[in-house]
Ligand binder design. Structure first.
Ligand SMILES: Nc1ncnc2c1ncn2[C@@H]1O[C@H](COP(=O)(O)OP(=O)(O)OP(=O)(O)O)[C@@H](O)[C@H]1O
Length: 374
């Protein structure tokens, strides 16, 4: 049996006339395996919600196909898709209490009252809403409503669970607590879930794989670790990671066993060419311009490094963020100790070749990560 839960093939979404309206999702293809938790991550307007709504059946696809559990569903109405949903605009039924709203999702299963009560009690405890089960939706807060609709979705036994910013209205401590519990609940039952978020901490904590979207285009679909260590392009590299990746335009020169990146203001980063694999050497030496990326926590200070000047030094309680003027731009460094550097002080920057991400200066596509080709 196939382990594919959801298959999206060449899906386009236009709002307004096809080919002329807003092209919200562009030629999207994705394969989600059974039991996976997927996060759709991207900035506002990138097409996450449109994608989710097409999977749910609230928006027609303009082109392409969507299959769920082996059957094409993109022409079926939402109720025929066997998808459980928690999203805005798919609100709780006002005349029913929170308990009745959650239990309503089990209606088709013909369970005994005792079984229903037990399941509702379990999910209510998990989501910390036991105390409001007897209340009506109009008399509870936005965050409580959000958890009630999450409960109504999670209690179902569907082929796919779609969760749109499911914890957007909760305070950070509760979010962190529920994140862990929800992940455990989904994994324990082998459910398949897609969640939309613009919070990368949430995506990293919950998802097996993250689909990074921008401008309606899927930029990368990979594990959180791969996205961090091997970003497919400049967009993913700079969008995912906190603080963001440092980027600098660089010209390439070499010869005599060395490879140099020339940055603005005459800054030069010299490396032995042997620090890079033969494939990377070949790719880099045939180019004149690239974009260099380096994660803030990979930047080292060293007395004989390239000179930079401290502009900001912030202790965040568990790490120090330093921003330094470097090569006509800003280099951000993260250090784990409390660093006592004065504003205006000179420091030396060392960028290890194994930490460099190199991107094509025109397409933004990754060329290499450290010593290896992308
Ligand atoms: N009903 C609609 N009619 C016209 N354009 C729409 C409609 N819904 C969304 N769009 C447009 O489609 C694009 C993608 O929107 P979408 O809501 O999918 O993005 P998103 O990534 O979910 O954003 P957000 O995080 O702000 O919800 C945006 O340019 C948006 O303005």
């Amino acid at each position: 049996m196939s382990d594919t839960a959801l298959l999206i093939e060449n899906v386009d979404k236009f709002y307004g006339p096809k080919g002329h309206g807003v092209h919200a999702v562009k030629n999207l293809s994705m394969n989600v395996r059974k039991g996976e938790i997927i996060a759709l991550l991207g900035s506002s307007g990138c097409g996450k919600t449109s994608t989710l709504r097409m999977i749910a059946g609230f928006e027609p696809v303009s082109d392409g196909t969507i299959s769920l559990a082996g059957r094409q569903v993109h022409l079926l109405p939402p109720v025929k898709r066997n998808v459980a949903m928690a999203f805005e605009g798919y609100s709780l039924y006002p005349p029913l209490t929170v308990r009745e709203n959650i239990a309503f999702a089990l209606k088709a299963k013909r369970l005994s009252q005792a079984e229903v009560d037990e399941k509702v009690a379990y999910i209510a405890k998990l989501l910390e809403i036991e105390d409001i089960l007897g209340r009506y939706p109009s008399s509870i807060s936005g965050g409580q409503q959000q958890r009630a609709s999450l409960g109504r979705a999670l209690i179902r036994d569907a082929d796919l669970h779609l969760l749109d910013e499911p914890m957007g209205q909760l305070e950070p401590q509760l979010r962190a607590l529920l994140r862990g519990r929800i992940k455990h609940y989904i994994k324990e039952r082998g459910l398949t879930a897609i969640l939309v978020t613009h919070d990368q901490t949430e995506a990293n904590a919950l998802a097996d794989r993250i689909a990074v979207m921008e401008g309606g285009v899927l930029q990368q679909f990979d594990t959180p670790q791969k996205i961090k260590e091997r970003p497919a392009n400049l967009f993913t590299g700079t969008f995912v990671g906190e603080p963001p990746m440092n980027v600098f335009e660089a010209s390439i020169s070499g010869g005599n066993g060395s490879l140099s990146f020339g940055l603005n203001e005459g800054v030069k980063l010299d490396y032995q060419i042997a620090a890079f694999s033969p494939g990377v050497q070949a790719e880099l030496t045939k180019r004149r311009k690239v974009v260099l990326g380096i994660r803030p926590y990979s930047v080292r200070r060293s007395a004989d490094g390239v000179k930079a000047r401290v502009a900001v030094n912030q202790w965040l309680g568990d790490q120090t963020h330093i921003a330094a003027d470097f090569a006509g731009g800003t280099m951000v460094l993260v250090e784990h100790d409390r660093t006592r550097l004065a504003i205006g002080e000179d420091i030396g920057i060392h960028l290890d070749p194994s930490s460099l991400h190199v991107f094509d200066s025109e397409t933004g596509r990754a060329i290499s990560h450290g010593k290896e080709l992308a």
